[in-house]
Design a protein around this ligand. Structure first.
Ligand SMILES: Nc1ncnc2c1ncn2[C@@H]1O[C@H](COP(=O)(O)OP(=O)(O)OP(=O)(O)O)[C@@H](O)[C@H]1O
Length: 308
């Protein structure tokens, strides 16, 4: 990828809070117009990383460009071209949808205010409800309003911090359709999430644990890089074997998936030896492609061993 195709091209990003080293020597590139999902355990530094990249937080160290600008020296310029949707709903609950958008447009000092607000209302299907108070909206509609507010100033970079936590599946799907539509128009999106289905909707994934970038690439690449072999057991009691198998050498992870069990490990021979005693009727075993969740659980377990 050439430099012009990169919205983010940053090396050696670092941040500590007191003696807590929350982002450690992180190097990352993000393609322009791509949707990149940031995943990882709670408190692993995703929000801190995203906020440093878009100029909202000053890093202790690191160099490179965001939107073609030196992200440290030109942090203000990067920030002006970024839309940031925080984890917590931060609009006014006692203002209507339209009033919230109009207020946001005033804060940004935007021109063509009425036109921008009308367009945002139409685009996110909020026009019919524009007079409704934000506080009376369901979680899904609140998130749409928040999204409308953070793209009013036509940013080139959109930063979404767990945008659909607690939102129902239908509203989440509609929200993601909108994210894809924005990305198709050229907007670069970085989104943190704990939902595997959302990770699978991203063009690229970045997995961060304990301040370090542990995996990077498309869904297929991240699964491929894991080097995991996964077997799926089905049959009576399969799901209840997990605890026993999890302790066996060669098993990195054994987790129920409905009535079935997924057992994964990086050493195929050791894994096969571990499941051998159970590889008989009434259980049936098949080798399957590891899911993203299998990979992340394994990454989380191995990073815990490395850093704690
Ligand atoms: N302003 C701050 N002062 C001190 N510690 C902080 C501050 N902001 C974040 N931290 C700590 O830095 C670590 C990383 O936090 P961060 O919010 O980046 O994690 P995260 O991966 O986004 O987590 P989550 O998935 O829970 O949102 C956490 O241990 C957090 O407590």
């Amino acid at each position: 990828m050439s430099a012009a195709d990169l919205a983010v091209d940053v090396r050696g990003l670092d941040k500590s809070y007191g003696d807590k080293h929350v982002v450690q020597d992180l190097t990352i590139q993000v393609g322009a117009g791509k949707i990149t999902g940031f995943l990882g355990p709670n408190g692993s530094g995703k929000t801190t990383t995203l906020r440093m990249l878009c100029g909202l937080l000053t890093p202790d160290d690191g160099e490179g460009t965001v939107l073609g600008l030196d992200f440290r020296r030109r942090a203000e310029a990067v920030k002006r071209q970024t839309g940031y949707m925080t984890q917590k709903f931060s609009l006014y609950e006692d203002l209507s949808i339209r009033e919230n958008l109009d207020f946001t447009a005033r804060i940004y000092g935007l021109d063509r205010r009425r036109k921008r607000v009308d367009e945002a209302l139409d685009r996110l299907g909020l026009a019919n409800r524009q007079k409704q108070l934000a506080g009376s909206l369901s979680g899904g509609w609140k998130q749409r309003l928040a999204l409308a507010a953070c793209v009013l100033h036509e940013p080139r970079l959109l930063l979404l911090d767990e945008p659909t936590a607690g939102v129902d599946p239908q509203a989440r799907r509609e929200f993601w359709d909108e994210i894809h539509a924005l990305s198709a128009e050229g907007l670069t999106v970085m989104v943190s999430t704990h939902y595997m289905d959302e990770a699978e909707r991203c063009h690229d994934i970045a997995y961060i644990a304990y301040g370090k970038l542990m995996a990077r690439g498309t869904l297929g690449e991240v699964i491929g890089q894991s080097g995991l072999t996964t077997f799926r057991a089905e049959g009576p009691g399969a799901d209840r074997l997990g605890r026993e198998l999890a302790r066996a050498p060669g098993v990195a992870m054994a987790a129920p998936f409905g009535a079935a069990l997924h057992v994964s490990g990086q050493d195929r021979a050791a894994l096969e030896a571990a499941i051998a005693p159970y590889r008989k009727p009434p259980l049936t075993w098949t080798e399957v492609s590891p899911t993203l969740e299998d990979v992340f659980i394994q990454l989380m377990a191995s990073s815990k061993d490395n850093f704690q």
